[in-house]
Write a protein that binds this ligand. Structure first.
Ligand code: UDP
Length: 344
């Protein structure tokens, strides 16, 4: 099959290219504005086009016309961006993505659309189920929810195309994937910026504070990127994945953010032999992200739909964090951060 990956240069995209490249089964084309996270990843069955999808309309249209499956990973997926530049979030996560949906309809390509677990919003049951849970977002004046709202509308339009019979699709709702190349590291005490794993990793490396937004009792379920990759394989291959929405997550890896900080601190000591010196501090959500942020706790995903395709996550929370931390500790980015903030 010919697969076109839009956003191939991001965290999920670069890991998928590496994974699908090693399997060697498909022809892969990737498009992204930047190839930074693809450094050293150049499988023989992969062609990369460095282009901005917002500008290179003809080139993108040609690649979609030639593809059997379009994997759309283009998104801002970082709460600090939802708060600081909410319009950019709609422009990319809705406007640009809906243009891709339309092109898939025109050319008869199947679409695998990465969405977000955030569409569920505030929990109203013990778990999130694709076909049952209500989607409960916060007020408009808390612009943090603009991301979930944009993704929700995108999902609803894609579903409507399925009903109209003119689009084959699969919608993916990722639950906090982590692994090599996730986000970016930041200096001590930085507010906003990357997501929680990169923040805590940066703090451990520099000795800066581990900041628990809102006290750290809120919960997330973290998913090993390798489990996310095998989930992709299952959804790509299985006919029952057509015209359906899938949670991709690991309910066994549910933790409070405070628990995450504690486990990462212990793993840091095991992996480096150094006792972490970071102080754990509490900070308010709007103090950390700016006005318009609202936090929410999450419940673990129900993954029975994905399990019915024969998939099962195999990495527990400790293995998930250990692998992601080892990859970060061995990176040039970490070496640079340490030399900037802990010289000598
Ligand atoms: N968070 C935190 N400290 C940080 C960064 C994030 O306590 O340094 C919290 C954040 O408020 C949220 C959770 O960690 O409750 C997960 O945030 P993340 O940015 O990773 O993504 P989300 O799951 O909210 O999309």
């Amino acid at each position: 099959m010919k697969l076109l990956l839009l956003g191939a240069g991001g965290f999920i995209g670069s890991n998928l290219v590496e994974h699908l490249g090693a399997a060697g089964e498909h022809q892969l084309v990737g498009i992204d504005k930047s190839a930074e996270k693809l450094a050293g990843i150049a499988p023989a069955n992969f062609r990369f086009v460095e282009a901005d999808v917002a500008e290179s309309h003809d080139a993108v249209e040609r690649e979609i016309a030639a593809a059997d499956v379009v994997v759309d990973l283009m998104a801002y997926a970082n709460p600090s961006i939802y708060v600081e530049t909410p319009l950019d979030v709609v422009r990319l996560n809705y406007d640009l993505n809906i243009a891709i949906v339309d092109a898939c309809v025109r050319h008869g390509a199947r679409l695998i659309q990465y969405s977000t677990s955030e569409v569920y919003g505030k929990p109203n049951g013990p778990t999130y189920r694709e076909d049952e849970s209500d989607l409960c977002l916060g007020p408009v004046e808390k612009q943090r929810w603009i991301y979930a709202a944009a993704k929700q509308l995108l999902e609803r339009v894609i579903h409507a195309h399925g009903l109209a019979g003119d689009l084959d699709y699969t919608i993916v709702r990722p639950f906090n994937f982590i692994g090599p190349r996730v986000d970016y590291l930041v200096g001590p005490g930085t507010r906003g910026g990357p997501r929680v794993f990169a923040h805590f990793m940066s703090a451990l490396l520099t000795g800066g504070p581990i900041q628990l937004v809102g006290g750290g009792e809120q919960r997330r379920s973290f998913t090993h990127i390798e489990d996310a990759n095998t989930a992709f394989d299952a959804m790509l291959r299985h006919p029952d994945a057509n015209r359906r929405v899938f949670n991709v997550g690991n309910p066994g890896n549910d933790t409070s953010i405070r628990g995450l900080a504690e486990l990462m601190s212990r793993l840091y000591r095991d992996l480096t032999g150094e006792q972490p010196t970071s102080e754990v501090v509490e900070i308010g959500g709007e103090e950390f992200y700016g006005a318009g942020y609202e936090d929410s706790s999450r419940v673990p995903p129900d993954i029975s739909r994905l399990r019915s395709l024969g998939w099962e996550p195999v990495h527990d929370l400790e293995a998930t964090l250990r692998d992601a931390m080892e990859a970060t500790l061995g990176s040039a980015e970490a070496a640079e951060l340490v030399s900037d903030h802990r010289p000598g």
